[in-house]
Design a protein around this ligand. Structure first.
Ligand SMILES: Nc1nc2c(ncn2[C@@H]2O[C@H](COP(=O)(O)OP(=O)(O)OP(=O)(O)O)[C@@H](O)[C@H]2O)c(=O)[nH]1
Ligand SMILES: [Mg+2]
Ligand SMILES: [Zn+2]
Length: 311
């Protein structure tokens, strides 16, 4: 459910207990990142007897994790400041709820598209949640919905404070393992509190000056839901690095772009400034949404810049 240093909170039949790692795993975890992560299915050896009905103490170590089961999905990113290391934020998650605000903080399509790429790479189903629709804004929600519908990504609209769209949000979470991601201050924790009364997650302020969130959620933590399922709340991100993706891979990760690339004059066309590019033609004819093409160009450019910096 959560990890603090080399201690882990594990959901067991007896309740949630704090566990350490058995020696061999501990050595591995000391030398390698993401050996045990939130969402992992593990076997635990009980180190102390627990009496039925006993009040479990949070800081007491009751067990040792000795086995980790294979992961069927994961949300990965390059570790901050150590980009060559894969940081697995959470594993065995069914769906990624990408929470954006219509404003406060500013809506960023490029960030949504980066999350879509990470979801695809990690075998998670993405769902876009546009929160704070109670605020006056200039986004064209219908158009956004169409854009994402065209690549089979569904979008829901909510307001955590005005209680709009919460039944749908709860329905999406029910009986699934979900992770909520997005910029700081988009309302991830607020939305979870609004559908699950017992959670009482800490909620932050939006800075009047920068219109940004104040990084309130500090750790990745999984929570059981009373209506079935589990949800992982995460700290907001300004930026999402893409793990194991090169600039040249991106053209396969935008499905609408991949669909046209066979018709380009050059087989290795990057759809940037090459002549005879079928993708650019499709954009001009609005067969591909220009917003998505622009985000493709922007992220490709960013990845190219990162790659040349590394060389
Ligand atoms: N107007 C409006 N404000 C909202 C809504 N949802 C959340 N907020 C406000 O946005 C601010 C940030 O909410 P949080 O739930 O802490 O945001 P978060 O995404 O969890 O932020 P981090 O934990 O920092 O990543 C709080 O002041 C909330 O009251 C909404 O639907 N409408
Ligand atoms: Mg939060
Ligand atoms: Zn092309």
């Amino acid at each position: 459910m959560s990890a603090y240093g080399l201690y882990y909170r594990v959901q067991t039949e007896l309740g949630q207990i704090q566990c350490a790692l058995r020696e061999s795993l501990r050595q591995e975890a000391e030398s390698r990142h993401s050996v045990v992560v939130v969402g992992d299915n593990v076997d635990v050896e009980l180190l102390v007897d627990i009496d039925p009905g006993e009040e479990l103490k949070k800081k007491k170590t009751y067990g040792a994790i000795f086995k980790i089961y294979p992961r069927h999905s994961k949300f990965s990113r390059p570790k901050r400041g150590k980009e060559e290391i894969e940081q697995i934020v959470a594993a065995n998650i069914d769906q990624m709820l990408i929470i954006s605000a219509v404003k406060r903080p500013q809506f960023k399509m490029g960030l949504i598209d980066r999350f879509l790429i990470a979801a695809h790479q990690g075998s998670l189903e993405p769902i876009i949640v546009l929160n704070k629709i109670d605020l006056e804004h200039t986004l064209d929600l219908n158009r956004l919905e169409q854009i994402y519908k065209s690549i089979n990504v569904s979008m829901i609209t909510t307001s955590a404070t005005k209680k709009i769209g919460l039944d749908k949000f709860r329905e999406v979470l029910t009986n699934k393992h979900s992770i909520v991601v997005g910029q700081s201050g988009t309302g991830k924790s607020s939305l979870l509190n609004a559908v699950e009364k017992g959670l009482k997650l800490k909620v932050g302020e939006i800075s009047d000056y920068s219109q940004k969130g104040t990084h309130t959620t500090a750790a990745v933590e999984m929570h059981p839901l009373s209506f079935g399922g589990y949800v992982v709340d995460t700290p907001g991100l300004k930026y999402l690095g893409l793990w194991n993706i090169e600039a040249e891979d991106l053209r396969y990760l935008y499905p609408e772009i991949a669909g046209y690339s066979e018709k380009c004059r050059f087989r290795n066309c990057l759809h940037m400034s090459e002549p005879g590019c079928a993708v650019k033609e499709a954009v001009e004819e609005e067969q591909i949404y220009p917003e998505r093409y622009e985000s493709y160009l922007k992220i490709t450019g960013e990845l190219q810049a990162e790659e040349s910096f590394k060389k």
